[in-house]
Ligand binder design. Structure first.
Ligand code: HEM
Length: 365
């Protein structure tokens, strides 16, 4: 008899609760010195791993969509929704640090030694998530020059290596941005019009600083800052300077992709660009939340073990702090804020381009 699609299923069986709820074996109980708080320690980690699994599931599906160069633009809607789901999960993961923070240093010491050498270093799902987003081995902060893939099985090692060697979400988004049309449209040349606007914006700011009644020393200081800010535009918008920045690791995405991201950010209100803008903003949020998690984890580590070394053998607090400061992925997209100019300075789009960027029923007048 074949199984009916609609046969009734029991709640516990469907969720395999017999497996999940019997998967908390306390090491302290095993060694005959039960520690009350070890249950919390295990359950919090298991909850994290379940959510990492969901994050991986969402990310894999989004990356499958972007792998296809002929991706149907309608799929961007699905991708944005799934990434927004990741954002909500990650907010929960940041908040969940509060629960493990109720574990005091003394209570942790009741069972900490029984865990050696287990460590978050061995979380395969966390490493996969980082690599899929775009953290490459060359950019990693490591401790004692150890390979981050070291703690894993041969199969897991290979899986991480293959992921490293294939396109990450960052690279996929970079390629997608490079395909954004409208940078040049008939007589409209986005870059040259944008550069004129920047020059005008800086001339106005310079005039404003010069005409204020602050003392000469502070005026000079402000004018120098303004110049430094202006040079950031060159670094991003001059193709050869940008390529240099990519080579020395200051920028992660190409010149063309940067211009695409800039156009989307500046004209985000145009109907066709609303969804691409949401995609970029969601990626920035994911990056921010991953950094927030790293920062909350490192604060919690300080409270729980102070400056002691980690069970995985790293320096603990100082290693984790470095990762929080240096493992950002979508920094080029967050830096777009520096390149924004007031709406009043925005190059005006020609009517036929505005029509292309609008919905069928948009009235351009
Ligand atoms: C009492 C609670 C915790 C302490 C004291 C702690 C401590 C540490 C330390 C010292 C490290 C550095 C590696 C090492 O030398 O072991 C580390 C890494 C890590 N921990 Fe925790 N941790 C705690 C809870 C958690 C929780 C609840 C998670 C959630 C999954 C987690 C995930 C990680 C991950 C993913 C890493 C690797 C981070 C990286 O290399 O960038 N930790 N932890």
């Amino acid at each position: 008899m074949s199984k009916s699609e609609f046969a009734s299923v029991h709640y516990s069986k469907y969720l395999q609760l017999d497996k999940i709820l019997n998967a908390q074996d306390l090491r302290s109980v095993e060694v005959g010195k039960p520690a009350h708080d070890e249950m919390l320690f295990i359950i919090v980690h298991q909850a994290y791993e379940l959510w990492f699994k969901q994050l991986g599931h969402e990310l894999e599906s989004v990356m499958d969509m972007y792998r296809d160069l002929d991706m149907d633009e309608k799929e961007v809607f699905v991708a944005v929704n799934r990434l927004k789901r990741c954002v909500e999960i990650m907010k929960l993961l940041v908040d969940q640090v509060r629960i493990i923070e109720t574990l005091t240093p003394l209570d942790f010491l009741d069972f900490r030694n029984y865990l050696l050498p287990a460590s978050g270093f061995q979380s395969f799902q966390f490493r996969k998530f980082e690599v899929m987003l775009g953290l490459k081995v060359a950019k990693r902060t490591t401790y004692a020059n150890k390979d981050y893939r070291g703690p894993f099985t041969k199969e897991q090692y290979e899986e991480l290596t293959n992921l490293e060697n294939s396109d990450s979400l960052l690279q996929q988004v970079e390629q997608w941005l490079e395909r954004i049309p409208f940078l040049e449209f008939k007589e409209f040349d986005f870059l040259s019009d944008y550069k004129k606007s920047i020059d005008h914006m800086y001339e106005e700011e310079e005039k404003a600083i010069k005409s204020t009644n602050i003392d000469e020393k502070h005026k000079k200081f402000r004018l120098e800052m303004l110049k430094a800010n202006q040079s950031y535009f060159d670094h991003v918008l001059d193709e050869s300077k940008h390529n240099e920045a990519v080579e020395n690791g200051k920028s992660k995405i190409s010149y063309k992709a940067t211009l695409g991201a800039l156009l989307i950010n500046l004209y985000r209100e145009e109907p066709i660009l609303q969804l691409p803008y949401q995609l970029l903003a969601t990626l920035v949020e994911i990056d921010e939340l991953l950094t927030s998690w790293r920062q909350r984890h490192v604060q919690m580590v300080m409270k729980t073990i102070g400056m002691k070394m980690g069970t995985g053998g790293s320096s603990g607090h100082s290693y984790l702090k470095k990762t929080a400061d240096s493992h950002g992925i979508f920094s080029d997209l967050s830096n777009m804020a520096t390149l924004m100019i007031p709406r009043s300075e925005l190059p005006k789009l020609p009517d036929d381009l505005k029509k292309e960027l609008g919905f069928y029923f948009t009235n351009i007048n």
